[in-house]
Write a protein that binds this ligand. Structure first.
Ligand SMILES: *Cc1c(COP(=O)(O)O)cnc(C)c1O
Length: 379
């Protein structure tokens, strides 16, 4: 049997939505994006929404809009996907890594406070695996400093809530990813959500070269209008061809989450009596169940990945600690042990398949392979 790491659940109505864009005059950002932005604004109950072609490009556009660049510091977790730190490098600022909590693998407010200097311009907490970090507590804790922006890396957390609040409720801006394997996907894409409409108007420029009016808007009146450029921008807008995949998924997102939750609970129950580490979930969390990582002894991690692979089960590693990557290690001279929790988890963790259409037969097969092939070598 083969169990892929991920299988999307796009349906014929999604294919039809893309087809209808192909027969319309606008292929790039136009009415389909506008409509999806309205849907997202309603979903998050926040009026400022801009669709982008990736989390990464959206974050670069956001940092440019916030005037963050050379000489500035941005605090990021050491345990995350590399993109969280890379975007800070891309605008010429310095990522300041802090270690994560050994139970949840979320960035820690206490460690953030220790890392703040007068150069700190922003903090990018990550809602790891789909569990929300407590943004409100961070916001209150940093209120005694100069203005420091909170940019939520919400790539894993579209459906997530903490004490009934969604992403964006307590931060300056939240950024989502609609990459191929994310809970909501359009192949490549993302969204920026902000309550700050002044920031939104700057982001609308930085996602489109810095131009003062978007391509579709320029022709709205039927007459050509000159555009200007007041700030430097990148190219981060989402085309309508891809945005067409979003509305249906957003509408069904909590039905899909219920399926994800069931699968996660199946794994939880199986691993409860085993020598396997699973991230803990805090009070008041509605988990988005994006990823299901487990921790095994670091000396056996790669062997476990190999055994699962040989038995047709797809896995990934989310993630190796970012400061251990050659680029960061060499540039900032990090030593082994600088970020002990992130480094250790990065050597222990592997992620199992978790997607809404993963069926019981596939789950039972995964358990059987653990039972007969994995535990005999790690116990
Ligand atoms: C996927 C991911 C990103 C990057 O998203 P893209 O849309 O591929 O740019 C950033 N941060 C985290 C935590 C992610 O998982």
């Amino acid at each position: 049997m083969k169990v892929p790491f991920y299988r999307h659940s796009l349906k014929p109505e999604d294919f039809n939505a893309v087809s209808s864009v192909l027969t319309s005059p606008i292929l790039t950002s136009g009415p389909v994006c506008h409509k999806a932005e309205e849907t997202l604004a309603e979903f998050f109950a926040i009026s400022g929404v801009k669709l982008v072609n990736s989390w990464t490009n959206g974050a670069v556009a956001t940092l440019l809009a916030l005037d963050i660049g050379p000489g500035d510091e941005v605090i990021v977790p050491a345990m995350t996907f590399i993109a969280t730190a890379n975007v800070v490098e891309l605008v010429g600022a310095k990522p300041i890594f802090v270690d994560v909590d050994p139970d949840t693998f979320l960035i820690q407010t206490e460690k953030i406070l220790e890392a703040i200097t007068n150069k700190t311009k922003a903090i990018i907490p990550v809602h790891m695996y789909g569990q929300m970090f407590d943004v409100k507590r961070l916001r209150d804790a940093i209120s005694k400093f100069h203005k420091i922006f909170i940019i939520e890396d919400s790539a894993h957390a579209f459906e997530a809530r903490l004490n009934d609040l969604k992403c964006g409720a307590n931060s300056d801006v939240a950024i989502f990813s609609f990459y191929a394997t994310k809970n909501v996907t359009c192949g490549e894409g993302g969204a920026i959500v902000t309550k700050d409409l002044n920031l939104l108007s700057k982001i609308q420029q930085t996602v489109l070269h810095g131009m003062t009016a978007g391509a579709a808007d320029r022709f709205k009146s039927g007459q050509y209008k000159h555009w200007g450029m007041e700030r430097l921008g990148t190219k981060a807008n989402l085309p309508d061809i891809l945005a067409a995949l979003l509305p249906n998924q957003i509408q069904n997102v909590y039905q899909q989450l219920a399926k994800r939750e069931k699968i996660a609970q199946f794994y939880d129950q199986y691993f409860a009596s085993k020598n396997i580490e699973i991230p803990k979930i805090g009070e008041g969390v509605l988990h988005a169940r994006h990823l299901y990582p487990v921790g095994v002894p670091s000396s056996k991690r790669d062997l476990v990945i190999k055994i699962l692979g040989e038995n047709g089960i797809g896995t990934t590693v989310n993630y190796k600690a970012v400061p251990t990557m050659t680029y960061y290690k060499q540039k900032y001279k990090y030593q082994k042990g600088d970020f002990p929790v992130s480094e250790e988890w990065g050597n222990q963790t592997l992620t199992l398949p978790l997607f809404p259409d993963l069926n019981l037969e596939e789950l039972e097969y995964i358990v059987k392979v653990f039972e007969t092939k994995v535990f005999p070598v790690i116990d």
